[in-house]
Design a protein around this ligand. Structure first.
Ligand SMILES: NC(=O)c1ccc[n+]([C@@H]2O[C@H](COP(=O)([O-])OP(=O)(O)OC[C@H]3O[C@@H](n4cnc5c(N)ncnc54)[C@H](O)[C@@H]3O)[C@@H](O)[C@H]2O)c1
Ligand SMILES: [Mg+2]
Length: 340
């Protein structure tokens, strides 16, 4: 009978920098979520990140990198008026945070404006977020992803599923209410389990047909209603590659803005090396295979998608470094090489 073990591991110790105004800022943000008047005042004093059909506005920074372009609310109002729109449209923005110096930050999708005109007037470029993942510094990515996810949620929840009537967002964008049914809707994330499976010396990566060419990632799957994280992990590995997991270890979590918004729960797992023959579910995955430590280390050294020289055999590559899949792979390499 196969074992199902929960690995005993030391809990991850997280140390927060103390002495900051963190508590006060969090209380300020929760006030803005519940108080439309206070949030409107914050919008006047805040900064806005623009999106165009969910593409964030970026500007070029040093070292070939890009950074998000934020604007004063009054500048965005002037931009709207210049392009024939009412300046009150800034109220369609959603609150995404607050800087350490207490500047409230909002996102606004200006997808009804002519894209090139906005880019010309702002001196930036609207970039697809998946492409932006490769252009932005890691610490800018979660912020841009959060804005996209929240804007997308509002764009797809304009009507009440009980009454069919329009829903109305509060100023912060932390909820939408249907006056007819009285339902309050909150932005949602779907829990997704992502797992790096190992047989002790190799790790298993897979690719969906929709992935960029030659990119391989850890296995992932949505949690079914009522499942625990452990049950999803065991089921997904069985479904997608036909293997039975023996042990697992929780690693970390990450918000992921696709397909709508996912809450990624990342784990490491092991299978019995005597029973590691992969049987790929071709509906879910185009391919899945075992990679040696040397192959993975080589892939980690390649910064971005490599070009196969002279049409030679394609070289596989990993998702960008800030992704939780990449982090799982790095952790696995550290664990494999510890004490070597
Ligand atoms: N951040 C990362 O490092 C990383 C890496 C890999 C995958 N992911 C993400 O994980 C997510 C899930 O992975 P997957 O596609 O392999 O899942 P999956 O294996 O569960 O297969 C996807 C299928 O599940 C069904 N499904 C069930 N619930 C769903 C829901 N709430 N939303 C959408 N579809 C649902 C659909 O039929 C869909 O085609 C994807 O959105 C992917 O972008 C993130
Ligand atoms: Mg999957």
């Amino acid at each position: 009978m196969l074992r199902w073990l929960r690995c005993l591991h030391r809990p991850r110790l997280v140390i927060w920098r103390s002495g900051s105004s963190y508590v006060a800022r969090m209380r300020y943000l929760v006030k803005l979520k519940g108080d439309d008047e206070a949030c409107s005042a914050a919008l006047r004093a805040g900064r806005l990140f623009l999106y165009h059909k969910l593409r964030p506005l970026l500007m070029r920074a040093e070292g070939g990198r890009h950074r998000p372009l934020d604007m004063k609310t009054t500048d965005v109002e002037a931009l709207l008026e210049k392009l024939g729109q009412q300046k009150e449209r800034v109220r369609e923005s959603v609150l995404v945070g607050c800087t350490e110096t207490w500047v409230p930050q909002f996102c606004l999708d200006v997808g009804t404006l002519e894209k090139c005109a906005v880019e010309r007037l702002c001196g930036g470029e609207f970039v697809d977020l998946r492409k932006a993942f490769f252009l932005l510094r890691g610490h800018d990515v979660p912020h841009m992803a959060r804005g996209r996810a929240l804007l997308h949620w509002h764009q797809t929840h304009g009507f009440c599923s009980a009454s069919g009537e329009p829903t109305v967002k509060n100023q912060a964008g932390s909820q939408r209410v249907c006056q007819g049914s009285g339902h309050t809707y909150y932005p949602q994330m779907a829990p997704v389990l992502i797992v790096l499976v190992s047989d002790g010396s190799r790790c298993l990566l897979g690719r969906q047909a929709a992935f960029p060419r030659d990119m391989y990632s850890a296995l992932a799957g949505f949690c079914d209603m009522g499942e625990t994280m452990e049950e999803t992990l065991r089921r997904e590995v069985a479904e997608e590659v036909g293997l039975e997991v023996e042990t697992f270890q929780f690693a970390s979590t990450q918000h992921w803005p696709y397909p709508q918004s996912s809450f990624m729960l990342a784990c490491h797992a092991t299978v019995n090396p005597q029973r590691c023959q992969v049987s790929v579910d071709k509906v879910e995955l185009e391919d899945a295979r075992w990679f040696t430590l040397e192959e993975i280390q080589e892939a980690l050294r390649r910064a971005s998608a490599p070009q196969a020289p002279g049409g030679g055999p394609p070289v596989f590559w990993l998702p960008p470094s800030f992704t939780i899949a990449h982090q799982l792979v790095q952790e696995w390499v550290r664990q494999q090489t510890a004490g070597v």
